[in-house]
Write a protein that binds this ligand. Sequence first.
Ligand SMILES: Cc1cc2nc3c(=O)[nH]c(=O)nc-3n(C[C@H](O)[C@H](O)[C@H](O)COP(=O)(O)O)c2cc1C
Length: 191
Amino acid sequence: MNEVIKNMQERRSVRKYLPRQVKREVLEEILAAGYASHNAGNRQQLRLVVSQDPEVNEHIGRAHSILIGKFNHFGPSVKLEDADFSAPDLRSAFHNAPTVLMLFGPRNFYFTDADGYIFAENVCLAARSLGVGSCIVGEVLDAFSDDYGRDLLHKWAIPEAHRSVAFVTLGYSAAGEKPARANKYTSPLWV
Ligand SMILES: Cc1cc2nc3c(=O)[nH]c(=O)nc-3n(C[C@H](O)[C@H](O)[C@H](O)COP(=O)(O)O)c2cc1C
C-alpha cells in the first residue's frame, strides 16, 4: 500500500505519553505539514502556540475538562472562575502529553473551525509519520476564559479578535501502537 495512505488508514489517537519531550526540529517539521494544509480563502489566519510548559498545559487541560464535563457536550457548563481546579478526580484533557499545540483563529470568520481542524489533522498525520503520537482535543467553551487564560493570551499576544479553536497533544506513545480502527461508517451511496 502507498505509504501516505497507509499512514492515514492506520493512524490512531494517543492518550498515554512517555515523559520524553519531542525535539524542536521534529516539531518544526510536523508544523510545516500544518502550514501546508488547506485553509479557507488562503487567508492563513491561524495563530499557533506550542506549549511545553507543564503548568500551562495542566491548567488549560483542566479548564477544558471542567468545561466539557462528563461528556456533557451540550450542557451549560460551570464558569471557570467558580471551578475547583484541584478537585481530586479532575484530570487534564491533555492527558500527560509533554507538548500541546494550541490553535487560535479569528472569531468572525465562517471557516475558523474548519481551518483549525484541517490544520490539526495534517499535524497528526505528519507526527505519526515521524513516530510521534498525537490526539486532537476539540475546544468546547473557551478554556482560556478565566484570569489565568486571559493573562496567557495577553502574554502570547493573541489578538482579542481571535479565539481558541482546537488543541493537539503531541509526544511519544507510552502504550505502543493501537491497531487500526474498525470502520463503522455506513457505506456511501453511489449514484
Ligand atoms: C473535533 C474533535 C474533537 C476531539 N476531542 C477529543 C477530546 O476532547 N479528547 C480526546 O481524548 N479525544 C478527542 N478527539 C479524538 C477522537 O476521540 C478520536 O479521533 C476518535 O475517538 C477515534 O479514535 P482514533 O483517533 O484513535 O481513530 C477529538 C477528535 C475530533 C475530530
